[in-house]
Design a protein around this ligand. Structure first.
Ligand SMILES: C[S@@+](CC[C@H](N)C(=O)[O-])C[C@H]1O[C@@H](n2cnc3c(N)ncnc32)[C@H](O)[C@@H]1O
Length: 181
């Protein structure tokens, strides 16, 4: 076999493995309860350019998927950034991405259910989850979060939290809601 054929076969295998892992990750997240759909880059810029984060902030992405949000915030701020993800494949991907593909930053990943995550230290919490999950999460946020913690829900409003909502971004496919507890 010629060297060019071997290289082509190798590249094809890598692409195939990548696609299989991608669809497996989608399937696992679907089973967990929320499909893996990353927040779009344009939306990330819009959302996080409107809030200043400092080195004293502790940022959480609840259901962090492929780590896009965590890496974006870690890259654009000095905040400690924590991603929580139950899908082991996506969690492992984030560790791999951090080790080999991202510049040194203050990102961390936890493999656990978001309902088990201790949110007492959080100053900013972001999520892009289904409305039912958001509704279930709201009680936890109210009991655990410090006063003034910033909660950002991309995609869906938090039910009965209208009085806590101080800002909405309406551009893009999904709206983003900003709350203070
Ligand atoms: C719509 S994706 C959002 C990914 C990422 N936050 C973003 O915006 O790019 C939702 C993610 O939440 C994860 N997830 C759903 N329920 C979860 C739970 N109970 N605990 C931890 N992760 C969860 C899914 O596996 C999926 O990766």
């Amino acid at each position: 076999m010629e060297i060019s054929s071997i290289i082509a076969l190798f590249l094809l295998t890598i692409i195939l493995v990548f696609f299989i892992l991608f669809f497996l990750a989608l399937f696992i997240s679907q089973q967990i309860g929320v499909p893996f759909v990353p927040t779009r880059r344009k939306d990330l810029t819009r959302i996080f350019s409107s809030i200043p984060l400092s080195s004293t902030d502790i940022f959480y992405d609840l259901g962090s998927g492929n780590g896009n949000v965590v890496f974006f915030v870690a890259q654009h701020s000095q905040a400690r950034c924590i991603g929580v993800e139950l899908n082991k494949l996506l969690y492992t991907f984030c560790l791999f991405r951090k080790k080999y593909f991202e510049p040194p930053n203050k990102s961390e990943f936890i493999h656990e259910d978001i309902y088990a995550t201790d949110l007492k230290q959080a100053t900013v919490i972001y999520f892009f989850l289904y409305p039912e999950i958001v509704a279930q999460l709201s009680a936890k946020l109210l009991t655990e979060c410090k006063k003034n913690t910033l909660i950002i829900s991309h995609g869906f409003k938090i039910k009965n939290w209208n009085n806590k909502c101080w800002h909405t971004i309406r551009e893009g496919n999904f709206k983003t809601y900003f709350y203070r507890v």
